[in-house]
Ligand binder design. Sequence first.
Ligand SMILES: *Cc1c(COP(=O)(O)O)cnc(C)c1O
Length: 495
Amino acid sequence: MSGLSNVKVTAIVSDKFDSTAVISEALPSVTVLNGGTVNGDSRDGGGEFRNGVLGECREKKREIVLGKNVHARCLEVTEPDADDEWTGDKEAYMASVLARYRKTLVERTNHHLGYPYNLDFDYGDLAQLQHFSINNLGDPFIQSNYGVHSRQFEVGVLDWFARLWEIEKNEYWGYITNCGTEGNLHGILVGREVFPDGILYASRESHYSVYKAARMYRMECVKVGTLVTGEIDCADFKSKLLPNKDKPAIINVNIGTTVKGAVDDLDLVIQTLEECGFSPDRFYIHCDGALFGLMMPFVKRAPKVTFKKPIGSVSVSGHKLVGCPMPCGVQITRLEHINALSRNVEYLASRDATIMGSRNGHAPIFLWYTLNRKGFKGFQKEVQKCLRNAHYLKDRLREAGISAMLNELSSTVVFERPWNEDFVRHWQLACEGNMAHVVVMPNVTIEKLDYFLNELVKMRLVLYQDEKVQPPCLAADIGNENCACLLHKQSISVN
Ligand SMILES: *Cc1c(COP(=O)(O)O)cnc(C)c1O
């Protein structure tokens, strides 16, 4: 059968297909910015740049652009040799690259503390699905003509989050996004479509994607100050609202800020709006729950995120606490808002209300799988563990004389930045100014924290062996009472 169809294809090709229509030359050679040309075969196993012009050029350029990126590595894509098919050299080369990469991933996963990703999962059952190109393009609730999708999983996951955030099935709309950023871009866009002349208010410590949204949508944007904890300062919010009473307000509320893990007081934000004369039909609140959107429901004293309050949308990242092995997120808004935003698209036989077109259809299955396995109770346990371990880390840091802060509703431990770039990179710590942080996720155990603390203390002994070099003061970042610098440590002991 297959032989026959081959013959047929060849016949069609020889009849109609003009083989000269395909460019016969090899790939053009790489032109380097400084005018030089590199055209070497760098199949040297590791794919590391040798001292070639290209390597140097890229390295220099990287330094300028990113400042801290010291990796001069690149796995070049090379053309197959004519004899590759029968020597098997290229396949062997690629297999060795992948095996080595896998080892790196294992090592890097074991030394990761700075970013809020839960790296503890087992999705072995889902490996069988990687052979499919699953794509949920378009609206999750409207069938498209593309049949290789996972909408049934997606809607199941959305229903779970709708229950969590207390909105009826027939009153919400949402979708599984590519990441927390897409949730913010979507939530703020919905706000802008509801209030085209609205002003966007966001605290200084909001995620950069919020300001990106303001630039993308050319919205007027007012930055609001923060308390030392990182929470929005509602006194400042009030002073920014009052002169703008004639324009509707679109507010980004942080359910966990990126650096300090601070949770804005949603109730106080709503109260402030009301005090300034904004009725619910004059404001739109988007809750950025990328970080702790799935943690707060399990923390007793946390302000409750619920659609029973006058909020417009909530988003969360799927690869952070939830532990999806690929970037994704969940965005939920009110159905009444979404009609302002959506357009019918005949080509899709669906409706366009999402930011992205094609959407990862694997992500909903991973989310569905992990929500089913853990359930509400499972997440509750994990959150308790995270908070307990975060307190452990904060206490040990303070015992070791290191400035540290942990917000009450948070598992983000902010502490003195280790001024040793190798150490920072080894532990993949996220830093800002004099601060570094560890976000304690379910995969961060006491043993790992002890190991980290030991190394940190050892490293600091070397760093500060000379009395003239003193640890930085963090009072302005995390408050006097959390600062262990020479000045504030003394003032604490005097009291
Ligand atoms: C991580 C984060 C985001 C962005 O989420 P991504 O999934 O990385 O796009 C937005 N807001 C906050 C508060 C975050 O911590």
